[in-house]
Design a protein around this ligand. Structure first.
Ligand SMILES: O=C(O)CCC(=O)C(=O)O
Ligand SMILES: [Fe+2]
Length: 300
């Protein structure tokens, strides 16, 4: 699931100048998709590298990929526009980049805030297994995270777990409870391109492995009021996800792409002592969502 960039491609990417992108509503404009594609297609071994990413996201047992762009990040600067445009070009080879948040740019900062709820995005604590935008009828097909800077104190490993495999290990009774529309999480306000608010929702929608979403966030165990039996089934699923998890520390320039129909994701707690790290040295990730063309109209 880790995909290295051939050195001749690294060299070409470092030289390649991509212009700033334009958006069309909440989506990356088709002109940008095509412009980036034709610029990058000329780079040696770009096509096969993009194909390897798509294969890792779709193959049997697959569902996530880490594209290792560290050397390119080092050459171009991990937090600058030129590098971000290249990564956007790779993302557009998987599906269409979009922002569900109308007032936000395409890429959303996930920094570190010591004053924030520790279990949430930008908090310092354990970020339990979840899918992003879980309470929309049409969550993003892919969620992606670009590591600009890891936690300098060594915490914050990324965690991933095969959602359908975890479900398959549960007893039938628990699966039946998870298939009921008895779950809810969070608020739904001013979001674009992710359908309507889904409340209450079933965790399992009956489409089986490889098909639908396992619409789950372990955060609802603490933050939503659920009936006892439904909460117990959700807790069992959360435990199975942890049992099956993989974890790794992303390095600067690593780009994680998660197929939300296959894998759920989260993050280990950052190391203690973040208040002693100056803000500009703290962990910084950037997040981008992708929509498969067939699953929702880019014009939506
Ligand atoms: O900080 C991370 O590595 C993951 C954050 C996350 O999953 C989110 O904000 O949705
Ligand atoms: Fe997330």
């Amino acid at each position: 699931m880790f995909i290295d960039i051939p050195s001749e491609l690294e060299a070409a990417l470092t030289d390649r100048f991509l212009p700033p992108w334009e958006v069309d509503g909440s989506f990356l404009a088709q002109s940008a998709v095509e412009g980036y594609r034709s610029a990058l297609a000329a780079a040696p071994r770009f096509g096969e590298t993009a194909a390897a990413v798509r294969r890792a996201l779709a193959e049997e047992g697959g569902g996530y990929a880490v594209l290792r762009l560290g050397n390119v990040a080092k050459a171009l600067g991990a937090d600058g526009g030129p590098f971000l445009r290249l990564v956007t070009g790779f993302a557009a080879e998987v599906a269409v980049p979009f922002s569900p948040f109308p007032r936000w740019p395409l890429w959303k900062d996930i920094g570190v805030r010591v004053d924030k709820d520790p279990g949430k995005s930008s908090g310092t604590g354990y970020n339990a297994f979840h899918m992003d935008l879980v309470n929309g009828t049409l969550p993003p097909d892919y969620t992606t995270l670009l590591c600009v800077r890891p936690d300098p104190l060594g915490g914050g490993a990324s965690i991933l777990s095969d959602a359908h495999a975890a479900v398959a290990r549960l007893p039938q009774g628990s699966r039946a409870l998870l298939a009921e529309s008895a779950y809810h999480y969070g608020t739904f306000f001013d979001l674009h391109g992710v359908g309507e608010e889904y409340k209450p929702f079933p965790v399992l929608d009956g489409s089986g492995p490889g098909g639908g979403f396992v619409r789950f966030t372990a955060k609802m165990l603490e933050r939503s009021r659920l009936g006892q039996a439904h909460a117990d089934a959700a807790r069992e699923l959360a435990e199975e996800l942890v049992r099956g998890q993989v974890s790794f520390m992303l390095q600067p320039g690593d780009y994680l792409i998660v197929n939300q129909r296959r894998f759920l994701h989260g993050r280990e707690a950052l190391h203690a002592g973040q208040e002693n790290v100056v803000a500009t040295d703290r962990r910084l990730f950037l997040q981008l969502f992708l929509r498969t063309r067939a699953s929702g109209s880019p014009a939506a």
